[in-house]
Design a binder for this molecule. Structure first.
Ligand SMILES: NC(=O)c1ccc[n+]([C@@H]2O[C@H](COP(=O)([O-])OP(=O)(O)OC[C@H]3O[C@@H](n4cnc5c(N)ncnc54)[C@H](O)[C@@H]3O)[C@@H](O)[C@H]2O)c1
Length: 436
């Protein structure tokens, strides 16, 4: 078995020995790019690979192609010191980290085509002694499948699923848990789960994360690590569903959900989350399905939570429709489009969905306030009645104000500006739920 060569690098004034002097990160999105730039900042030569040419071009100029605090600085420094290069095809390296998308298919099972494509692409340049880590959130069993896809491409290599003791390639599943808005910090500080296909694979992957992680590294096997990641997001989804159901109950009883929840949370062992307009983003709204579609009979609670959360945007829409009907020429301010506060990410956003439906079906003028994006997304640009404007102007002109996302900029407003409007506060930001 070949061993990866060790190389000394100077890091923060200390000479450290790196088992992996060259690491390739496949997929330079929200997860891959911060990982690549952080590794580069630790003295590793990093080759970032992405099929998206415009992302590669931006990174090659030292720029992140999406907005994330501190990331631009990190990428700029990694590229200018030549520790990070970006390109569209893989080349040889000591280790490969795969961080490509895992959406779901029509039947809600995981779409593994991106992982398969990435696996087949790196298979061409793999050599004995290499480590391959999958970071994409994946259904249980995906790392095993990745071994099989690589073996099909490279029958000359021994993979750890079939050659437990003497593999040429080590493989592990190491999920990512970083929070958009805090990615650069959490990448280093969070604990990580390291799930090797064998004990030796876990050793090898642990050595890689020791390069930059300050949190604890927890060892397990690949399928457990795959399950843990899905469990974490399903747990969040179920808890949010409970909060959302409470808000629906409060609406039916004409009570203030936020007051009720904050009082219940005074119990020492109760901690109910904040309700909202639904669940969005790339993870919580998707990942539980990887388990539900795999084991439908064993995941009734998770399925119900998904249904409760998916129903929430329609409940908000019904409230808005009801208010729109009261005005002859309604003007509706929609505060926020992103899937969570203070990011520019619109993926699976319930706020965006709500505004898209209103644009399509109502004759209301829609004033969209979204400070985190430069222009409206393509799905809204064709409507003359939909405009992106500043907060103050929207509050001044609107008959109905729908608060959809808790951006910091929305938190403090002059109450005098809204006291004549109907406010539909889906997140309890202003603690006013006044349907006039
Ligand atoms: N974004 C998050 O907050 C977060 C958190 C935890 C886990 N995850 C998981 O991490 C994975 C990646 O998520 P992301 O948010 O970084 O996605 P992303 O869409 O931001 O980035 C993925 C990148 O992979 C590239 N890509 C696709 N196919 C490729 C291929 N064959 N070769 C090379 N590049 C390819 C895409 O062009 C894109 O730039 C997903 O499984 C996601 O569920 C994301």
């Amino acid at each position: 078995m070949a061993t990866a060569k060790l190389r000394n690098v100077l890091y923060k004034g200390f000479v450290v020995e790196l088992e992996y002097s060259k690491i390739s990160v496949i997929g330079l999105g929200y997860i891959g790019l911060p990982t690549a730039a952080t590794l580069a900042s630790r003295g590793v030569d990093v080759v970032g690979v992405d099929v998206n040419e415009s992302a590669v071009n931006a990174i090659s100029k030292g720029k992140a192609h999406f907005s994330e605090p501190d990331l631009d600085m990190l990428v700029q420094s990694a590229v200018s010191t030549k520790k990070l290069r970006a390109q569209t095809t893989p080349e040889e390296a000591d280790a490969f980290i795969i961080a490509v998308p895992t959406p779901f298919l029509d039947d809600h099972s995981g779409d593994l085509s991106y992982i398969q494509a990435a696996g087949r692409a790196i298979a061409k340049v793999l050599k004995p002694g290499n480590l391959v880590i999958l970071e994409s959130t994946s259904p249980v069993g995906t790392t095993q499948k990745l071994c099989e896809w690589i073996a099909q491409e490279r029958p000359d290599l021994r993979l750890p699923d079939t050659h437990l003791d003497t593999p040429d390639i080590h493989m592990a599943y190491c999920p990512e848990r970083i929070l958009p808005g805090r990615m650069v910090f959490e990448l280093v500080e969070n604990d990580r789960i390291i799930g090797g296909m064998t004990e030796r694979c876990t050793d090898k992957a642990t050595a890689l994360y020791e390069i930059f992680v300050r949190g604890e590294l927890h060892r397990t096997n690949a399928p457990t690590a795959e399950l843990v990641k899905i469990m974490e997001n399903a747990y969040r989804d179920v808890n949010i569903a409970f909060a959302n159901e409470i808000s629906t109950v409060c609406d039916a009883l004409n009570l203030n959900a936020w007051e009720a929840i904050s009082l219940a949370n005074r119990h020492p062992r109760v901690n109910i989350l904040n309700p909202g307009p639904g669940v969005g983003g790339h993870c919580i709204a998707i990942d539980p399905w990887f388990l539900i579609s795999h084991l439908p009979e064993k995941t009734r609670l998770m399925r119900m939570a998904r249904k409760v959360n998916d129903a929430k945007p329609n409940e908000v829409l019904d409230k808005v429709r009801h208010q729109i009907d009261r005005f002859r020429k309604p003007i509706v301010a929609c505060l926020g489009l992103t899937y969570k506060p203070d990011v520019d990410d619109l993926r699976e956003s319930p706020a965006l969905h709500i505004v898209e439906v209103l644009a399509k079906e109502s004759n209301a003028e829609l004033l969209v306030v979204e400070p985190n994006i430069a222009q409206l997304p393509a799905t809204l640009t064709n409507y003359e009645r939909v405009k992106k404007i500043k907060l103050d102007e929207a509050l001044e002109r609107a008959d109905i104000i729908v608060v959809l996302v808790g951006h910091k900029k929305f938190a403090k407003i002059d109450n005098r500006k809204i006291h004549e409007s109907v406010v539909i506060d889906t997140i309890g930001l202003w603690q006013v739920n006044t349907y006039k």
